[in-house]
Design a protein around this ligand. Structure first.
Ligand code: DGL
Length: 271
């Protein structure tokens, strides 16, 4: 399908967490149309194997390519760490692809030389070691200390945040030895912007909490500008697809996207 300035931006995540990224994109690039795919049938990705996430990601890329997306944003750290390289190979003739990790790595390299930076994310993201590798390879004297926090994404999906249970789970994780004496904390999961305030409160608002949604939107803006693909003329329209539908997803989507969204069911496999 022919792509031009009016073509939509494709965005995907394991579920609705990536809507935090979609929201940041909508704020920065209000003229762009978006097609969001949430793989709710296979959520969470954080405890899936690399091979499973790669298979889901390829299927989703096919859906977004068929719909003529001019760029694909992987709005999920777990999928970015497991499937970015493969997806790049797979789509490179048809479209450009942006992951959530590289823009955050660039930010850390630019601002935290010789510092100690903590990271929280899913098991898949932390076990991949991708942030550590990319940041330490640059030899800027930055130490990365990562902790898998697998309860956080399901907790947030269930609407448990800003309450006593979420405070306690967050506090338990952040008190872990590996996250002491850090100068900044990377939120390496697109669900976590929703608990950013609680995390910040744990540190009495004195910690640099690095949330990737805005840097991703900026990386996308840079790419679209350089490729001369910024949409300036049309009224944007957005489509939200999920591989499995329940009303609770639609209710939660509103919290992640800051406004009501209508989710359409679009199975990845006909099984
Ligand atoms: N939003 C996904 C991420 O950024 C995590 C949720 C999941 O485990 O599916 O890693």
């Amino acid at each position: 399908m022919k792509k031009d300035k009016n073509s939509p931006i494709g965005i995907f995540d394991s579920g609705i967490g990536g809507l935090t990224v979609a929201h940041a994109i909508k704020k920065l690039l209000p003229n762009e149309s978006m097609i969001y795919f949430g793989d709710t049938a296979h959520l969470p990705y954080g405890d899936k194997s690399e091979a499973a996430i790669q298979a889901y990601s390829i299927k989703i890329a096919d859906v977004l390519l068929k719909k003529g997306c001019k760029v694909i944003v992987i709005a999920c750290n777990s999928a970015s760490s497991a499937a970015y390289e493969l997806l790049k190979e797979y789509v490179h003739k048809d479209t450009f692809i942006i992951n959530v990790i590289d823009p955050m790595v660039d930010l850390v390299l630019g601002e935290f030389e010789h510092k100690r930076v903590g990271l929280i994310g899913t098991k898949r993201t932390v076990q991949s070691g991708v942030y550590t590798r990319k940041i330490e390879e640059a030899k800027k004297g930055i130490t990365i200390s990562s902790l898998a926090t697998p309860l956080l994404a399901p907790m947030i999906e269930e609407g448990f945040f800003n309450n006593q249970i979420s405070h306690e789970i967050i506090a338990q994780y952040l008190a872990d030895e590996s996250l002491q004496n850090i100068d900044a904390l990377i939120l390496a999961c697109t669900h976590y912007p929703l608990i950013k305030k609680e995390i910040s409160a744990f540190y009495e608002d004195k910690m640099n909490i690095l949330d990737s949604s805005e840097v991703i939107a900026q990386a996308l803006q840079t790419y679209l500008t350089e490729a001369d693909l910024i949409n300036t003329s049309t009224t944007p329209s957005h489509q939200f697809l999920v591989s499995d539908y329940t009303e609770s997803f639609e209710a939660a989507a509103k919290i992640f996207f800051h406004e009501s969204v209508h989710l359409d069911k679009h199975p990845l496999w006909n099984d």
